[in-house]
Design a binder for this molecule. Structure first.
Ligand SMILES: NC(=O)C1=CN([C@@H]2O[C@H](COP(=O)(O)OP(=O)(O)OC[C@H]3O[C@@H](n4cnc5c(N)ncnc54)[C@H](O)[C@@H]3O)[C@@H](O)[C@H]2O)C=CC1
Ligand SMILES: CC(=O)C(=O)O
Length: 322
């Protein structure tokens, strides 16, 4: 296959084949973006079963090599996607998962690096901002090669709910959620656009029955979507899987796409030494650059508060890297 990685065989390793990992794996076989996919899980039988099941679908799709493997297979991987670890139980916050998932991450990242991995990590496990920072620290890789899914999913939810409200194609809604992938995230209303129109102008002209209460509720529904879905079916996995695919493609196809991912800030937005969801250009090198969009005073304040919540919650990781 000819990809942006030239004629080299492209390999994605998925660590953790639970709801999120297996949904991602299923989506990947439909995208014709990687030549090989290796599935790794503590529960080896689950990874083997998934590999068998996915392989049986290949006659209906594009050629690909899929197998259940182990950490040695990461040495040749271009991307390692980590979706392993505990998920939220009803009522649990993402930050509640930090203690157990940080320990799991230490062992996974040590194994991956110990086997000579030299590619790009994509992290999805929660709390994703803190575990992306942990992966960067544990791996010793440059920051541009450790990317968290950040608010990629939240921005998608925001765009979908706005498109539904305005009865428009979601692809014409340009709006970001920034900050923690979690309870302190924030909507960037001041920069939201419909086509080329600022959202408030579009609403003024074409949606006179819109109300501030409706818009506030849209954000609440975005912020609380994980709780609402987990209450109903125990996990969220399809939309994040597609978000992770979007990120995978941006890397393997060298797209230079702007996505709201979790990345290390080194002074941007007045913040440093934490991973948090902001727009960034993603290409074959990973993070090419953070994009600093104009935030109004209230949004900037909310971002600072979100960052400060994350910094406080990072202590278990700092204790592990002392
Ligand atoms: N970033 C985001 O937007 C989203 C993140 N998530 C997060 O993704 C993570 C996974 O969620 P689910 O797939 O629903 O959980 P799950 O419980 O279905 O799957 C987790 C998998 O990780 C495996 N695992 C656990 N420890 C491991 C280890 N040391 N090495 C290898 N594999 C190991 C388990 O055997 C299991 O198969 C959770 O932290 C969840 O909160 C979920 C949805 C969206
Ligand atoms: C579980 C999670 O992080 C989400 O669906 O947003």
């Amino acid at each position: 296959m000819q990809t942006q990685y030239g004629n080299k065989t492209t390999r994605v390793a998925v660590i953790g084949t639970g709801f999120v990992g297996s949904s991602y794996a299923f989506a990947l076989i439909n995208q014709n973006v990687a030549d090989e996919m290796v599935l790794i899980d503590l529960n080896k039988a689950k990874a083997e079963g998934d590999a068998m099941d996915l392989n049986h679908g290949l006659p209906f799709g594009s050629p690909m090599k899929i197998w259940a493997g182990d950490y040695q297979d990461c040495s040749e991987a271009d991307i390692v996607v980590i979706t392993a670890g505990a998920n939220q139980k009803p009522g649990e916050t993402r930050l509640d998962l930090i203690e157990k998932n940080a320990v799991i991450f230490k062992s996974i990242v040590d194994e991956v690096m110990g086997n000579g991995f030299n590619g790009i990590f994509i992290v999805a496990t929660n709390p994703v901002d803190i575990l992306s920072y942990a992966t960067w620290k544990f791996s010793g890789l440059p920051m541009e090669r450790v990317i968290g899914s950040g608010t990629i999913l939240d921005s998608a939810r925001f765009r979908f709910l706005l498109s539904d409200y305005l009865n428009l194609d979601v692809r014409n809604i340009h709006a970001y959620i920034l900050g923690e992938h979690g309870d302190t995230e924030l909507p960037v209303w001041s920069q939201a656009r419909v086509g080329l129109e600022p959202l408030d102008r579009y609403i003024e002209k074409y949606k006179p029955d819109a109300s501030q209460e409706d818009l506030d509720q849209i954000f609440v529904n975005v912020r609380d979507a994980a709780y609402d879905i987990i209450e109903r079916k125990g996990a969220t996995h399809y939309a994040i899987a597609l978000g992770l695919i979007r990120l995978t493609k941006a890397i393997l196809r060298n797209e230079n796409s702007i996505l709201t991912v979790s990345t290390l800030l080194e002074g941007e937005y007045g913040l440093r030494d934490l991973y948090i969801g902001v727009p960034a250009v993603v290409n074959k090198n990973g993070i090419e650059r953070v994009v600093e969009i104009d935030l109004n005073k209230e949004e900037m304040q909310q971002l600072q508060e979100s960052a400060s919540t994350l910094k406080k919650a990072m202590q278990p990781v700092h204790d592990m890297i002392k």
